[in-house]
Design a binder for this molecule. Structure first.
Ligand code: S3P
Length: 190
């Protein structure tokens, strides 16, 4: 019974909001569901949600694919760092980041010191299935998505692992992943 009470998402969310004093930043590979899960998480906690990729597009008046094409990846990463630093302002909110943001040393340091990083992780098969729904990601345009994602997972997982919280996103409804995040936060806070 106690176990059920602890896992009740509304109760967990209420407890978390009593101590949360920073943004929650979702990191992880393309297709893992950072935006979808992030919106639901923000909704459950009763706080705002912002998608860093969308903020970059708004600031640049261009899509991410256009920024990559016209100015290259380093330019995009710099804009990404600036946008994320603006969004981490001490206010509790949920921020979904693009899959590469946490790889940038400065961006990562900003996130780890001013927010709580949550690594959303899924197996390659699930990621491939999810990224195949959209063809807007420049890093997946040249090459086989399964190969690209496998290589990125090898390079990036050890760095994502620096996040304070690690949650596996399973197949199935996103609310389960949201509950797993709430449980992870409650455990982390102790
Ligand atoms: C990228 C992930 C994308 C986007 C850009 C680069 C990456 O965001 O920021 O295409 O380096 O993994 P999503 O993770 O939201 O797809």
């Amino acid at each position: 019974m106690l176990q059920n009470r602890k896992s009740d998402p509304a109760r967990l969310a209420g407890d978390i909001m009593r101590w949360l004093d920073r943004p929650l930043v979702l990191v992880g590979l393309m297709g893992v569901g950072k935006s979808t899960v992030g919106k639901r998480l923000a909704n459950d906690l009763g706080i705002g949600f912002v998608d860093a990729d969308e903020e970059i597009e708004k600031a640049a008046h261009m899509t991410i694919a256009e920024i990559f094409e016209r100015f290259g990846e380093p330019y995009f990463r710099d804009g990404e760092r600036r946008v994320i630093s603006r969004l981490i302002d001490g206010q509790p909110r949920v921020i979904a980041t693009g899959g590469g943001a946490f790889m940038n040393e400065e961006t990562r340091a900003l996130i780890l010191s001013g927010a709580i990083a949550i690594w959303l992780d899924a197996d390659i098969r699930t990621l491939v299935e999810r990224v195949s729904r959209r063809n807007t990601r420049p890093l997946l345009r040249n090459g086989n998505p399964a190969e690209v994602l496998t290589r990125l997972a090898e390079q990036r997982n050890p760095i994502y692992a620096e996040a304070q919280i690690h949650v596996r996103s399973k197949d199935g409804p996103h609310h389960r992943t949201v509950t797993a995040i709430l449980e992870g936060l409650a455990r982390w806070h102790g």
